[in-house]
Structure formats: C-alpha cells, structure tokens
Design a protein around this ligand. Structure first.
Ligand code: ATP
Ligand code: MG
Length: 464
C-alpha cells in the first residue's frame, strides 16, 4: 500500500517513467584506449593504485571514477581518488586489513593508508521509488541508495556526465557511458538524465553544479541550468548537517568567489543564507555590498598561498551584514555596543544554524570575532595591549581590515591598529596614550561619506 502510494507520487513528480534511464535510450558505450587519452598512472596516488591492483588481482572489476578522473583528464591535480568496483563492501573488507565500512544511506568501504583514505564504492543501480529493499525513496528523494548493479548502471546514476568517466585498471582505458568525454572537451556540465527529476532526488546536486562550474570554469548546459532556476527552493528541505559539509566544499576549496557569484546568479544563495541575502539585495548608501565577496577573495588567496582558513572566519564573514545590522538596531534602542553585538550574535547564529549546521566550536569563534570588532574600538590605555593577547586577535584584526576595504567607515581605526601592531613597545605606548596618531584618533568618530567614490550611474535603491 505504502509502496503503491509512493509510486503514484513519484509518477506525479515525473519520476515514474525512466525514459532517460532505460537501457534502450542509452547511447553506446565509448571505450577510449590508453593511447587516446591523457590520463597517466603517474598522477594517481600510490595508495589508490594499490587498491585498484589488489581488487583486479582478486578477480574484481576496479575503476577510478569521479572527480579524480575528471580532474586528471583536465590536467588538474585531483583532490581525492574514488574507486568503483563490482566487489560488495563486505568483499572489499575481506581484501584489505586497513578497511572499515561506513555509511547507511550509502554504504562504502574506506581503505586507509596513513592519512590518505581511499573510498571504494560498489557499483550501484538507479532504483525506482517504492521499490522494496535497500533503495529507499520518499517524495522523489533518495533516502537510501544501496541497490547494487553493473558499471553501466553505476554510470547512469551519477550526477554529471564529466563525473561518470571510469579509468579501468585492467587495460588503462577510459569507459564513457554518458558522453562525458565530449563534455570535458567543450567545458560543459550536463546532468545525467532528466535534470528536474535528478535535482528532486537530491537537491544538493544543484549546489554541486554551481561548485563544479565555479571550480572548473565550465558552463552549465541549458536544461540543467533551467531546472536550477525552477527548483532552487528544494534546498530548504536538505538536512542542515549535509549543507554544512557542502558549504565547506563550496567556500573552502579555493574557488569561493566564483562559486558565490554563481550561487547568487542562480538565486540559490538566499536559500542557504537568507538573512545575508536580504541585506545584499540593498546597496549601502549607493554602494553595492562587497564585504562577503572580499572576504571570500581573501579566503581563496590564503588557500593559494598555502595558508590556513577557518570555517569560523568564513561564517563570521558570511553573516556579518545581518549581525552588524541587528547590532545597529539594538544600539539604536539604547543597548551598549558590546551587549548589542553579543545579542545580535545570539539571534543571527540561532537562525542560521537551522539552515546550515555550523558546529558550535566554529560559531563560538565567529561570535568572538564579531565581539572583538566592538572591543577593537578601544585604543586608549592598557586595553589595546590586552587585546593583542586575545586568541582571536589576528582573525579579528584581519576582519577589521576587510571591513575597512569594503567601505565601512573605519579606515582610521584600521590604520591605528596596523600602526600599533607594527610599532615597538615605546611606539605602542605613545599610540595608546593618544600622543602619536596613525593619522587618526580613536576611530570611533565616523568620517563623512563625502570623500568616497561613487560608481557612475548608480541610483539609490529603496531600503526596505
Ligand atoms: P571533488 O571531490 O573534486 O569535490 P567529485 O566529483 O569527486 O568532486 P565527490 O563528492 O567526491 O565529488 O563524489 C565522487 C563522485 O560520486 C562524483 O564525481 C559523482 O560521480 C558521484 N556523486 C557524488 N555525489 C553525488 C550525488 N549527490 N548524486 C549523484 N552522484 C554523486
Ligand atoms: Mg571526489
């Protein structure tokens, strides 16, 4: 009964027929021999090769698949290596001592070599809504995905054609069932099957589309793009914990700026950060808000330089607009500066984590960075010396500089702190006693906006 109900529901959602998935309508497989593709074993990690060879020797099929193959074919450094095989997870476990089985929604084997983890997945088949067994669907959504199948089945259930290329360890050929090789050549992201149905099955695929387009500089093909315009709202049904994982991949992989721009272009950003989106829509005294973009630029640059980035800074930056606006509102009601910032932090964080589950260990630090923005306005006496020792000082100072660069009128305060950091002990004493200025006073005083450049042709939007 329940299963029939699910089936009829799936039909209504356009999932009942599997036109795109039926073998009859599938194009013929293309096998690209070793001599005709640029993927070389020397770029594959030793651990991944070990796993591939051992599976092969034991008589199983073994392929490298997913982002690793895609990136290597594009001449990029692969991020990780995923392996696909016809061995079941239990069979994989028997072959490798250093192996654990994980996942319920998607059962996988993890083979560990030192810090490197090689993910080994058994070929899976696309399954119908309402089918009994290990594949569980609800309202067109995949809840569990453990129906095993052939390599061909496995290829058709992946997201984008460029992610469904398999490197065969048996003869070093690339196996292409979905036309991914052509899409790699022209830089096109194409969802396998009917994009609407595939986004309904798993709305995170919309974020993946944007992430890969941002990272690879690929164009999303029209049907896959149209469906995003239509279904962005489904992101609101994705569990907050999964969105946290996805947010880290989007914003902490070195292509945050491109990804952010695409998220806004496809109107997905507002489903992830609704409070931020609200403020981004309005310009600030004729200026578009650039703080988030600048913070992300900074994150990308740090990663390029091999520096670390923390999700706490990212979170603080992404939510700064709503946090400072809320603090402003509270201050206008008579709340003290620091209390206003603390309360604003409470409110903004509580709302945001319902959508994206940033763990508390990060949000606590983000709030410290915000509160430090308030504390950093105290530049007299011993206080700046104490602030220098604060564990969040460096992050808070970087944050302050970004705010100044983005047009918040705190240039003088930022300059004061730069001078203070760079000065020797005597210089610091002078600065903090107000005897020497860094070109300014306490920075509390707000400069008039008259001196700032105005972009030609920009009108004043109505603030809501
Ligand atoms: P990267 O690791 O560089 O971010 P990737 O393509 O390897 O990119 P993973 O998340 O590691 O992405 O997933 C590995 C592969 O699994 C993908 O290439 C794709 O074939 C498949 N896959 C991952 N997530 C999904 C999904 N939500 N729907 C369908 N297939 C998916
Ligand atoms: Mg991967």
């Amino acid at each position: 009964m329940l299963s029939r109900l699910k089936q009829s529901l799936a039909k209504k959602l356009g999932l009942g027929s599997r036109k795109e998935h039926t073998p009859a309508s599938r194009p013929a497989v293309r096998i690209i021999p070793r001599s005709e593709h640029g993927l070389s074993r020397s770029n594959i990690s030793e651990s991944a090769l070990k796993v591939l060879y051992r599976l092969h020797k034991a008589g199983y099929e073994a392929y490298l698949v997913g982002g690793g193959v895609r990136d290597m074919l594009l001449g990029r450094e692969p991020k990780d290596f995923d392996i696909s095989t016809n061995a079941t997870p239990e069979e994989v476990k028997q072959l490798f001592r250093n192996c654990i089985l994980i996942g319920r929604r998607f059962r996988l084997a993890h083979v560990r070599y030192g810090h490197e983890v090689i993910e080994v997945a058994t070929f899976r088949a696309h399954h119908e809504a309402g089918e009994e067994g290990e594949g569980v669907m609800e309202n067109g959504r995949i809840l569990r995905d453990n129906v095993y199948g052939t390599l061909e089945d496995d290829a058709w259930r992946r997201d984008f054609t460029v992610n469904a290329l398999y490197y065969n360890i048996a003869d070093f050929s690339v196996v292409d069932h979905t036309g991914g090789m052509d899409d790699i050549k022209v830089g096109r992201l194409r969802m396998i099957g009917d994009p609407q149905a595939r986004y309904r099955e798993d709305p995170v695929r919309m974020l993946r589309a944007v992430r890969f387009a941002g990272k690879l500089g690929f164009r999303i093909d029209e049907p896959s793009e149209q469906a995003i315009h239509a279904l962005g709202g489904l992101l609101e049904e994705v569990p907050a914990a999964r969105l946290f994982d996805e947010a880290l991949k989007m914003f902490m992989s070195g292509y945050a700026v491109e990804t952010y721009e695409l998220l806004r272009h496809y109107r997905l950003f507002g489903h992830l950060f609704p409070d931020t989106e609200k403020w981004l829509r309005y310009e600030d005294h004729h200026y578009p808000r650039t703080f988030v973009a600048r913070a992300l630029e900074n994150t990308d640059k740090r990663l390029q330089e091999g520096k670390t980035v923390t999700p706490a800074f990212l979170f603080a930056a992404l939510l700064w607009e709503p946090a400072r606006k809320e603090a402003e509102r509270l201050r206008a009601k008579g709340e003290g500066g620091l209390q206003a910032m603390q309360q604003a932090g409470d409110t903004v964080v509580a709302r945001q984590v319902q959508r994206i589950a940033f763990p508390k260990r990060f949000t606590l630090q983000s709030r410290e960075i915000w509160e430090m923005q308030e504390r950093l306005t105290a530049t007299g006496g011993r206080r700046p010396f104490r602030l220098l020792e604060h564990p969040r000082f460096r992050a808070a100072y970087d944050f302050l500089l970004l705010r100044a660069e983005s047009g918040e009128e705190i240039d003088e305060l930022a300059a004061w702190w730069t001078s203070f950091i760079e000065a020797d002990e005597a210089g610091r004493v002078e600065l903090s006693s107000g005897q020497r200025s860094s070109g300014s006073g306490s920075g509390k005083k707000r400069r008039s906006r008259g001196g700032r450049r105005r972009k030609p042709g920009q009108s004043t939007p109505a603030e809501s």
